[in-house]
Design a protein around this ligand. Structure first.
Ligand SMILES: [Zn+2]
Length: 174
């Protein structure tokens, strides 16, 4: 199912198309992918929603070979991603995008952030970024393993693999 609905841009109020698309993930359920991009002001939005559940969920997935990097990852804008080996925590926030990707795609997103630090960061930050970029390329080559943890208080996220451990958890109250 894919549908365009007319709406207004939350940033500038122009009329824009909101795109709603469902995608079926085997053994899981349908997810809804919502995207909007405003040609007038450049505002972009994307998020994913699990249609069937809203229980808090945590997935822990260890990728130890190149093949493991192909596992599907659905991340909603409310989910937190932790990659302990890289010391990376991607916190949810209003500027956060939901996405459907795979483990390698998540690593590429981190790598892109590191590219930004290489340009804007100080010497210390650059040194760290170089070390992390090396680790990422080792992981991509299957030379190092990596753990991906996704915590979603609304259950909209998942890592789709038999090797992914699914746990319930209690979200920290704010
Ligand atoms: Zn706009």
């Amino acid at each position: 199912m894919e549908q365009d609905l007319k709406g207004t841009c939350p940033a500038c109020g122009e009329e824009v198309n909101w795109n709603y698309k469902t995608e079926n993930i085997p053994y899981f359920s349908d997810i809804l992918i919502i995207t909007c991009s405003c040609p007038e002001c450049g505002y972009r939005f994307s998020d994913v929603q699990n249609i069937s559940t809203s229980e808090p969920v945590r997935y822990v997935y260890c990728a130890c070979s190149e093949d493991d990097l192909a596992a599907r990852v659905v991340r909603s804008s409310a989910a937190k991603i932790t990659i302990p080996e890289l010391g990376v925590e991607i916190e949810p926030g209003p500027a956060c995008e939901g996405f459907v990707s795979n483990v390698e795609g998540v690593l590429l997103r981190v790598d892109k952030i590191l590219d930004g630090i290489m340009i804007d960061g100080d010497d210390e930050q650059r040194r760290k970024a170089i070390t992390l970029k090396e680790k990422i390329s080792n992981i991509q080559g299957g030379k190092e393993s990596v753990t991906l943890i996704i915590e979603d208080p609304h259950g909209n996220s998942l890592i789709h693999s038999e090797k992914a451990k699914k746990e319930n958890y209690l979200p920290e109250s704010e």
